[in-house]
Design a protein around this ligand. Structure first.
Ligand SMILES: Nc1ncnc2c1ncn2[C@@H]1O[C@H](COP(=O)(O)OP(=O)(O)OP(=O)(O)O)[C@@H](O)[C@H]1O
Ligand SMILES: [Mg+2]
Length: 381
Protein backbone atom coordinates (compact mmCIF):
# COMPACT_ATOMS: atom_id res chain seq x y z
CA UNK A 1 0.00 0.00 0.00
CA UNK A 2 1.30 3.43 -0.99
CA UNK A 3 2.00 5.77 1.92
CA UNK A 4 -1.38 7.51 2.46
CA UNK A 5 0.12 10.83 3.57
CA UNK A 6 1.10 13.41 1.01
CA UNK A 7 3.19 16.52 1.31
CA UNK A 8 5.07 18.79 -1.04
CA UNK A 9 2.31 19.67 -3.48
CA UNK A 10 -1.15 21.14 -3.00
CA UNK A 11 -3.51 18.44 -1.73
CA UNK A 12 -7.02 17.63 -2.91
CA UNK A 13 -9.71 14.99 -2.30
CA UNK A 14 -9.02 12.54 0.54
CA UNK A 15 -5.68 14.15 1.30
CA UNK A 16 -7.39 17.40 2.24
CA UNK A 17 -8.26 17.80 5.92
CA UNK A 18 -10.99 20.11 7.21
CA UNK A 19 -10.85 23.89 6.41
CA UNK A 20 -14.65 23.89 6.63
CA UNK A 21 -14.81 27.30 8.29
CA UNK A 22 -12.28 28.84 5.91
CA UNK A 23 -14.12 27.48 2.87
CA UNK A 24 -17.41 28.85 4.14
CA UNK A 25 -15.86 32.29 4.83
CA UNK A 26 -14.21 32.39 1.43
CA UNK A 27 -17.35 31.28 -0.36
CA UNK A 28 -19.35 34.05 1.27
CA UNK A 29 -16.73 36.60 0.33
CA UNK A 30 -16.63 35.35 -3.25
CA UNK A 31 -20.42 35.36 -3.53
CA UNK A 32 -20.48 39.02 -2.66
CA UNK A 33 -17.65 39.84 -5.11
CA UNK A 34 -15.29 40.92 -2.40
CA UNK A 35 -11.59 41.52 -2.85
CA UNK A 36 -9.19 40.16 -0.29
CA UNK A 37 -5.68 39.07 0.54
CA UNK A 38 -5.05 35.59 1.94
CA UNK A 39 -1.77 35.08 3.70
CA UNK A 40 -0.08 32.62 5.99
CA UNK A 41 3.21 30.96 6.68
CA UNK A 42 4.91 28.88 4.01
CA UNK A 43 3.44 25.44 3.30
CA UNK A 44 0.39 26.13 5.41
CA UNK A 45 -2.09 24.97 2.81
CA UNK A 46 -3.07 28.22 1.09
CA UNK A 47 -2.90 26.83 -2.45
CA UNK A 48 -4.71 23.65 -1.38
CA UNK A 49 -7.43 25.78 0.18
CA UNK A 50 -7.83 27.92 -2.94
CA UNK A 51 -7.96 24.87 -5.21
CA UNK A 52 -10.54 23.29 -2.93
CA UNK A 53 -12.54 26.50 -3.02
CA UNK A 54 -12.45 26.51 -6.82
CA UNK A 55 -13.48 22.86 -7.02
CA UNK A 56 -16.37 23.51 -4.65
CA UNK A 57 -17.88 26.31 -6.76
CA UNK A 58 -20.66 24.99 -9.03
CA UNK A 59 -19.56 25.23 -12.68
CA UNK A 60 -22.94 26.56 -13.74
CA UNK A 61 -22.70 29.53 -11.43
CA UNK A 62 -19.01 30.45 -11.32
CA UNK A 63 -16.06 31.14 -13.57
CA UNK A 64 -12.99 30.70 -11.36
CA UNK A 65 -9.66 31.83 -12.80
CA UNK A 66 -6.55 30.59 -11.00
CA UNK A 67 -3.33 32.45 -11.83
CA UNK A 68 -0.06 31.35 -10.26
CA UNK A 69 2.44 34.13 -10.84
CA UNK A 70 5.36 32.39 -9.13
CA UNK A 71 7.20 31.88 -12.41
CA UNK A 72 6.54 35.40 -13.72
CA UNK A 73 9.68 37.45 -13.60
CA UNK A 74 8.52 40.36 -15.74
CA UNK A 75 5.42 42.31 -16.76
CA UNK A 76 5.44 40.49 -20.10
CA UNK A 77 5.26 37.12 -18.33
CA UNK A 78 2.45 38.47 -16.16
CA UNK A 79 0.47 39.68 -19.18
CA UNK A 80 0.86 36.33 -20.94
CA UNK A 81 0.05 34.21 -17.88
CA UNK A 82 -3.07 36.27 -17.12
CA UNK A 83 -4.30 36.29 -20.72
CA UNK A 84 -3.80 32.52 -20.98
CA UNK A 85 -5.60 31.87 -17.69
CA UNK A 86 -8.59 34.02 -18.67
CA UNK A 87 -8.96 32.25 -22.01
CA UNK A 88 -8.69 28.76 -20.49
CA UNK A 89 -11.11 29.58 -17.69
CA UNK A 90 -13.87 30.45 -20.12
CA UNK A 91 -13.46 27.83 -22.82
CA UNK A 92 -12.24 24.23 -22.96
CA UNK A 93 -12.28 23.36 -26.67
CA UNK A 94 -9.23 24.43 -28.67
CA UNK A 95 -11.15 26.28 -31.42
CA UNK A 96 -13.31 28.09 -28.86
CA UNK A 97 -10.27 29.05 -26.78
CA UNK A 98 -8.71 30.55 -29.89
CA UNK A 99 -11.81 32.51 -30.85
CA UNK A 100 -12.09 33.75 -27.24
CA UNK A 101 -8.45 34.84 -27.32
CA UNK A 102 -8.97 36.56 -30.67
CA UNK A 103 -12.07 38.33 -29.39
CA UNK A 104 -10.42 39.57 -26.21
CA UNK A 105 -6.75 39.96 -27.05
CA UNK A 106 -6.33 40.26 -30.77
CA UNK A 107 -3.76 42.97 -29.91
CA UNK A 108 -1.15 40.34 -28.95
CA UNK A 109 -1.76 37.96 -31.87
CA UNK A 110 -2.86 34.82 -30.03
CA UNK A 111 -2.41 31.30 -31.34
CA UNK A 112 -2.77 27.87 -29.72
CA UNK A 113 -0.26 25.11 -29.00
CA UNK A 114 -0.54 21.91 -26.99
CA UNK A 115 1.78 21.49 -23.98
CA UNK A 116 3.58 18.26 -22.85
CA UNK A 117 0.55 17.30 -20.77
CA UNK A 118 -1.66 17.52 -23.88
CA UNK A 119 -3.40 20.66 -22.65
CA UNK A 120 -4.03 23.65 -24.92
CA UNK A 121 -1.98 26.76 -24.19
CA UNK A 122 -2.52 30.18 -25.72
CA UNK A 123 0.70 31.73 -26.95
CA UNK A 124 1.07 35.36 -27.80
CA UNK A 125 3.20 37.40 -30.13
CA UNK A 126 5.73 40.03 -29.17
CA UNK A 127 4.49 42.59 -26.64
CA UNK A 128 5.28 46.09 -27.94
CA UNK A 129 7.32 48.05 -25.38
CA UNK A 130 5.56 51.38 -25.68
CA UNK A 131 2.10 49.84 -25.25
CA UNK A 132 2.71 48.06 -21.98
CA UNK A 133 0.41 50.16 -19.81
CA UNK A 134 -2.42 49.87 -22.33
CA UNK A 135 -1.81 46.15 -22.67
CA UNK A 136 -1.83 45.63 -18.92
CA UNK A 137 -5.07 47.61 -18.73
CA UNK A 138 -6.59 45.62 -21.58
CA UNK A 139 -5.65 42.23 -20.18
CA UNK A 140 -6.59 43.07 -16.60
CA UNK A 141 -9.96 44.42 -17.82
CA UNK A 142 -10.91 41.02 -19.22
CA UNK A 143 -12.53 39.68 -15.98
CA UNK A 144 -15.10 42.49 -16.11
CA UNK A 145 -15.73 41.76 -19.78
CA UNK A 146 -16.17 38.08 -18.99
CA UNK A 147 -18.62 39.05 -16.24
CA UNK A 148 -20.57 41.13 -18.75
CA UNK A 149 -20.58 38.33 -21.29
CA UNK A 150 -21.79 35.75 -18.73
CA UNK A 151 -24.00 37.84 -16.42
CA UNK A 152 -25.51 34.75 -14.81
CA UNK A 153 -22.08 33.64 -13.55
CA UNK A 154 -19.79 34.95 -10.82
CA UNK A 155 -16.21 35.54 -11.95
CA UNK A 156 -13.53 34.81 -9.32
CA UNK A 157 -9.93 35.72 -10.06
CA UNK A 158 -7.27 34.17 -7.81
CA UNK A 159 -3.67 35.38 -7.92
CA UNK A 160 -1.48 32.85 -6.10
CA UNK A 161 2.08 33.80 -5.07
CA UNK A 162 0.98 37.39 -5.54
CA UNK A 163 4.03 39.05 -3.84
CA UNK A 164 6.01 37.92 -6.88
CA UNK A 165 4.53 41.01 -8.57
CA UNK A 166 7.05 43.04 -6.53
CA UNK A 167 9.93 41.43 -8.42
CA UNK A 168 8.88 42.98 -11.76
CA UNK A 169 10.81 45.83 -13.31
CA UNK A 170 8.42 48.46 -11.91
CA UNK A 171 5.24 48.75 -9.84
CA UNK A 172 3.21 49.38 -13.01
CA UNK A 173 1.39 46.01 -12.88
CA UNK A 174 0.36 46.65 -9.27
CA UNK A 175 -0.79 50.19 -10.08
CA UNK A 176 -2.74 49.17 -13.17
CA UNK A 177 -4.31 46.30 -11.24
CA UNK A 178 -5.54 48.69 -8.59
CA UNK A 179 -6.95 51.22 -11.01
CA UNK A 180 -8.68 48.50 -13.03
CA UNK A 181 -10.12 46.32 -10.27
CA UNK A 182 -11.67 49.16 -8.34
CA UNK A 183 -14.24 49.38 -11.14
CA UNK A 184 -14.82 45.61 -11.18
CA UNK A 185 -17.60 45.54 -8.64
CA UNK A 186 -19.02 42.33 -10.02
CA UNK A 187 -15.73 40.34 -9.90
CA UNK A 188 -14.24 38.69 -6.79
CA UNK A 189 -10.46 38.89 -6.40
CA UNK A 190 -8.23 36.84 -4.11
CA UNK A 191 -4.55 37.73 -3.71
CA UNK A 192 -2.58 35.00 -1.97
CA UNK A 193 0.97 34.59 -0.73
CA UNK A 194 3.22 33.46 2.06
CA UNK A 195 5.25 36.66 2.25
CA UNK A 196 3.11 37.85 5.13
CA UNK A 197 5.19 40.93 5.69
CA UNK A 198 5.02 41.99 2.05
CA UNK A 199 1.30 41.27 1.76
CA UNK A 200 0.61 43.34 4.87
CA UNK A 201 2.75 46.09 3.42
CA UNK A 202 0.74 45.93 0.20
CA UNK A 203 -2.54 46.71 1.90
CA UNK A 204 -1.41 48.69 4.94
CA UNK A 205 1.23 51.00 3.53
CA UNK A 206 -0.26 54.26 2.29
CA UNK A 207 2.28 54.52 -0.51
CA UNK A 208 1.53 51.03 -1.82
CA UNK A 209 -0.59 50.93 -5.03
CA UNK A 210 -2.99 48.39 -3.51
CA UNK A 211 -3.33 50.26 -0.18
CA UNK A 212 -6.65 49.31 1.45
CA UNK A 213 -7.95 47.95 -1.85
CA UNK A 214 -8.91 44.65 -0.26
CA UNK A 215 -9.71 43.01 3.08
CA UNK A 216 -7.35 40.42 4.52
CA UNK A 217 -7.78 36.83 5.66
CA UNK A 218 -5.02 35.06 7.55
CA UNK A 219 -4.91 31.25 7.22
CA UNK A 220 -3.94 29.30 10.33
CA UNK A 221 -3.02 25.76 11.42
CA UNK A 222 -5.48 22.85 11.56
CA UNK A 223 -6.62 21.80 15.04
CA UNK A 224 -6.26 18.35 16.59
CA UNK A 225 -9.96 17.53 16.51
CA UNK A 226 -9.75 17.62 12.71
CA UNK A 227 -6.41 15.82 12.46
CA UNK A 228 -7.47 12.99 14.82
CA UNK A 229 -10.07 11.33 12.52
CA UNK A 230 -8.05 12.23 9.40
CA UNK A 231 -4.86 10.52 10.60
CA UNK A 232 -6.73 7.50 12.01
CA UNK A 233 -8.51 6.95 8.72
CA UNK A 234 -5.32 7.15 6.70
CA UNK A 235 -3.63 4.54 8.93
CA UNK A 236 -6.66 2.29 8.80
CA UNK A 237 -6.86 2.54 4.98
CA UNK A 238 -3.35 1.13 4.92
CA UNK A 239 -4.31 -1.71 7.29
CA UNK A 240 -2.55 -0.08 10.28
CA UNK A 241 -3.68 1.60 13.48
CA UNK A 242 -2.41 4.56 15.47
CA UNK A 243 -3.21 5.37 19.11
CA UNK A 244 -4.74 8.67 20.25
CA UNK A 245 -1.63 9.17 22.36
CA UNK A 246 0.61 9.03 19.27
CA UNK A 247 -1.60 11.50 17.37
CA UNK A 248 -1.50 13.85 20.37
CA UNK A 249 2.28 13.55 20.39
CA UNK A 250 2.45 14.31 16.63
CA UNK A 251 0.20 17.31 17.19
CA UNK A 252 2.26 18.57 20.11
CA UNK A 253 5.32 18.51 17.83
CA UNK A 254 3.76 20.17 14.77
CA UNK A 255 1.06 22.28 16.45
CA UNK A 256 -1.12 21.26 13.50
CA UNK A 257 1.02 22.86 10.78
CA UNK A 258 -0.36 21.02 7.70
CA UNK A 259 2.89 20.30 5.88
CA UNK A 260 4.83 19.13 8.93
CA UNK A 261 1.86 17.13 10.25
CA UNK A 262 1.54 15.26 6.95
CA UNK A 263 5.28 14.75 6.76
CA UNK A 264 5.62 13.49 10.33
CA UNK A 265 2.61 11.19 9.89
CA UNK A 266 4.12 9.90 6.66
CA UNK A 267 7.37 8.94 8.42
CA UNK A 268 5.46 7.41 11.36
CA UNK A 269 3.46 5.34 8.88
CA UNK A 270 6.62 4.31 7.05
CA UNK A 271 8.50 3.10 10.13
CA UNK A 272 5.63 1.51 12.08
CA UNK A 273 5.03 -2.17 11.49
CA UNK A 274 1.29 -2.43 12.02
CA UNK A 275 0.00 -0.81 15.15
CA UNK A 276 1.54 2.45 16.25
CA UNK A 277 0.93 2.69 20.00
CA UNK A 278 4.17 3.95 21.46
CA UNK A 279 4.75 7.76 21.31
CA UNK A 280 8.50 7.04 21.33
CA UNK A 281 8.17 6.06 17.67
CA UNK A 282 7.10 9.64 16.98
CA UNK A 283 10.46 10.81 18.39
CA UNK A 284 12.23 8.42 16.05
CA UNK A 285 10.13 9.73 13.12
CA UNK A 286 10.98 13.29 14.13
CA UNK A 287 14.70 12.55 13.87
CA UNK A 288 14.16 11.22 10.36
CA UNK A 289 12.11 14.30 9.43
CA UNK A 290 14.94 16.58 10.56
CA UNK A 291 17.46 14.54 8.56
CA UNK A 292 15.30 14.79 5.45
CA UNK A 293 14.78 18.52 5.84
CA UNK A 294 18.42 19.24 6.62
CA UNK A 295 19.31 20.14 3.06
CA UNK A 296 16.55 22.80 2.84
CA UNK A 297 17.30 24.19 6.32
CA UNK A 298 21.02 24.29 5.64
CA UNK A 299 20.55 26.33 2.46
CA UNK A 300 18.32 28.73 4.35
CA UNK A 301 20.91 28.99 7.14
CA UNK A 302 23.79 29.50 4.74
CA UNK A 303 21.97 32.33 2.98
CA UNK A 304 22.06 34.38 6.22
CA UNK A 305 24.77 36.93 7.03
CA UNK A 306 26.83 36.37 10.18
CA UNK A 307 24.82 38.92 12.20
CA UNK A 308 21.59 37.37 10.99
CA UNK A 309 22.87 33.94 12.03
CA UNK A 310 23.66 35.24 15.52
CA UNK A 311 20.22 36.81 15.84
CA UNK A 312 18.40 33.77 14.49
CA UNK A 313 20.38 31.48 16.79
CA UNK A 314 19.48 33.65 19.79
CA UNK A 315 15.80 33.51 18.80
CA UNK A 316 15.96 29.75 18.25
CA UNK A 317 17.47 29.22 21.69
CA UNK A 318 15.09 31.58 23.50
CA UNK A 319 12.08 30.47 21.35
CA UNK A 320 10.77 34.05 21.60
CA UNK A 321 12.26 37.39 22.58
CA UNK A 322 10.39 40.50 23.59
CA UNK A 323 13.26 43.01 23.43
CA UNK A 324 16.07 41.83 21.17
CA UNK A 325 17.80 45.21 21.64
CA UNK A 326 18.03 44.90 25.41
CA UNK A 327 21.52 44.85 26.97
CA UNK A 328 20.72 41.54 28.65
CA UNK A 329 19.86 39.72 25.40
CA UNK A 330 22.77 41.32 23.54
CA UNK A 331 25.18 40.21 26.21
CA UNK A 332 23.74 36.73 26.67
CA UNK A 333 24.01 35.93 22.97
CA UNK A 334 27.09 38.01 22.08
CA UNK A 335 25.04 40.06 19.62
CA UNK A 336 26.35 43.18 17.85
CA UNK A 337 25.42 46.70 19.11
CA UNK A 338 21.71 47.56 19.45
CA UNK A 339 21.65 49.66 16.24
CA UNK A 340 22.96 46.68 14.23
CA UNK A 341 20.51 44.33 15.94
CA UNK A 342 17.73 46.72 14.95
CA UNK A 343 18.75 46.59 11.28
CA UNK A 344 19.14 42.82 11.42
CA UNK A 345 15.69 42.39 12.96
CA UNK A 346 14.17 44.55 10.23
CA UNK A 347 15.84 42.56 7.46
CA UNK A 348 14.80 39.22 8.99
CA UNK A 349 11.23 40.48 9.42
CA UNK A 350 11.06 41.88 5.88
CA UNK A 351 12.10 38.50 4.52
CA UNK A 352 9.63 36.66 6.79
CA UNK A 353 12.32 34.56 8.44
CA UNK A 354 11.17 35.97 11.75
CA UNK A 355 7.83 37.35 12.83
CA UNK A 356 6.18 38.99 15.84
CA UNK A 357 3.38 37.26 17.68
CA UNK A 358 0.25 38.89 19.11
CA UNK A 359 2.16 39.72 22.32
CA UNK A 360 4.81 41.57 20.35
CA UNK A 361 7.48 38.88 20.86
CA UNK A 362 9.84 37.94 18.06
CA UNK A 363 10.23 34.32 16.98
CA UNK A 364 11.43 32.31 13.98
CA UNK A 365 8.46 31.85 11.63
CA UNK A 366 9.15 28.20 10.79
CA UNK A 367 9.25 26.40 14.12
CA UNK A 368 10.95 23.34 12.64
CA UNK A 369 13.70 25.52 11.23
CA UNK A 370 14.04 27.01 14.70
CA UNK A 371 14.37 23.57 16.31
CA UNK A 372 16.83 22.43 13.66
CA UNK A 373 19.02 25.48 14.36
CA UNK A 374 19.15 24.63 18.07
CA UNK A 375 19.98 20.99 17.28
CA UNK A 376 22.68 21.68 14.71
CA UNK A 377 24.10 25.07 15.58
CA UNK A 378 23.21 25.54 19.22
CA UNK A 379 25.84 23.41 20.95
CA UNK A 380 28.89 24.89 22.57
CA UNK A 381 27.32 28.23 23.51
N1 LIG B 1 -6.17 21.02 4.21
C1 LIG B 1 -5.09 20.23 4.26
N2 LIG B 1 -5.17 18.97 4.75
C2 LIG B 1 -4.09 18.19 4.84
N3 LIG B 1 -2.87 18.56 4.48
C3 LIG B 1 -2.71 19.79 3.99
C4 LIG B 1 -3.81 20.69 3.85
N4 LIG B 1 -3.36 21.83 3.34
C5 LIG B 1 -2.04 21.66 3.16
N5 LIG B 1 -1.64 20.44 3.54
C6 LIG B 1 -0.25 19.94 3.56
O1 LIG B 1 0.62 21.05 3.43
C7 LIG B 1 1.39 20.97 2.23
C8 LIG B 1 1.54 22.34 1.61
O2 LIG B 1 0.27 22.74 1.09
P1 LIG B 1 0.13 23.95 0.05
O3 LIG B 1 1.09 23.80 -1.06
O4 LIG B 1 -1.31 24.08 -0.25
O5 LIG B 1 0.60 25.14 1.01
P2 LIG B 1 0.92 26.64 0.64
O6 LIG B 1 0.57 27.44 1.85
O7 LIG B 1 0.28 27.02 -0.64
O8 LIG B 1 2.50 26.54 0.48
P3 LIG B 1 3.49 27.66 -0.14
O9 LIG B 1 3.72 28.64 0.96
O10 LIG B 1 4.74 26.87 -0.46
O11 LIG B 1 2.82 28.24 -1.35
C9 LIG B 1 0.65 19.95 1.36
O12 LIG B 1 1.54 19.27 0.51
C10 LIG B 1 0.07 19.02 2.40
O13 LIG B 1 1.02 18.09 2.85
MG1 LIG C 1 1.11 27.84 -2.40
Amino acid sequence: MKNPFSFGVAVTGDSFCNRVQELSDLKKAVESSRKFFIFGERRLGKTSLLKKLMASLPQDDYIPVYIDIWKCISEDDFIRVCANAFALACETKTDKILSFAKEFFSFISPSITIDEAGKPVVVFGVIPKNHKTTLLEDVLSIPAKIAQKYPQKQVVVIFDEFPQIRSFESDRAERVLRSVIQHHEEVAYIFCGSRKHMIREMFLNKTSPLYRSAAHYPVGYISINHWMPFIKEKFSNGGKTISDECIEKIYSETEGHPFYTQMLCSVCYEISSKDLKEPLVVDEALEILFQRETHAFLSEWEALSSNEKKMVLALAKEKEIESPYSAEIIQRHSLPPASTVQRTIKKLTDTDIIDRNEYGRYHITDKFFSRWIVKKMGSGN
